[in-house]
Ligand binder design. Sequence first.
Ligand code: SF4
Length: 152
Amino acid sequence: MKSEKSVTAVPLGHARGLNRRRGYKYRADGGQVRCVPGCHLCCLETEMPLTLEDVVRISKLGYDPAEFAEFRDGALRLRNVGGRCYFLDPGGKCRIYEHRPDGCRAYPVVVDARTGECVLDNLCPAVDTIDEAEFREKCSIAKRVVSNMIRE
Ligand code: SF4
C-alpha cells in the first residue's frame, strides 16, 4: 500500500490517504485510539522515518541498524521485508512494540509535508477512536519526529 504521489513526501511514514476533514470525529467519551484486533495495516510497506533516538533505543535491544533501517526517499526509514516492516512478526505483532519508533507512536496522526499541519490518516480503521487530547499529544510527537528525522 504505497502512498499516493501527493503524500509520499509526508515524513511520517505510512500515510496513504490523509484525512483533510476540518472536523475530526472524536470519541465523545475521550479515550485513546484503539487498534482493530488483528489489524497491522500501518506496518505494511511502511515509510516510517527514524530519529537518532529511535535508532539508539532499538539498537540497544540488539538489532543492527544496517538490518532494520535504510535510506529511502531522502531519509532513514524502517526497512520492509516482503512488503512488511522488518519488525512485524508473522502473526501481525510488532516485535519491539514497547520500543517502537516515535512515528509509530504518533500514528494515525501524521504531518502533511505541504502544510506542516498534523492530519489523520483515514486509512487507519481505528482513526475515529482518537480524541482531541490524544490528537494534540500525537501531533507534538509527530512534529518532533519530523524535526529530528535523519535525512540523507
Ligand atoms: S516498528 Fe512496529 S509498530 Fe512500527 S511499523 Fe514496524 S511493526 Fe509496525
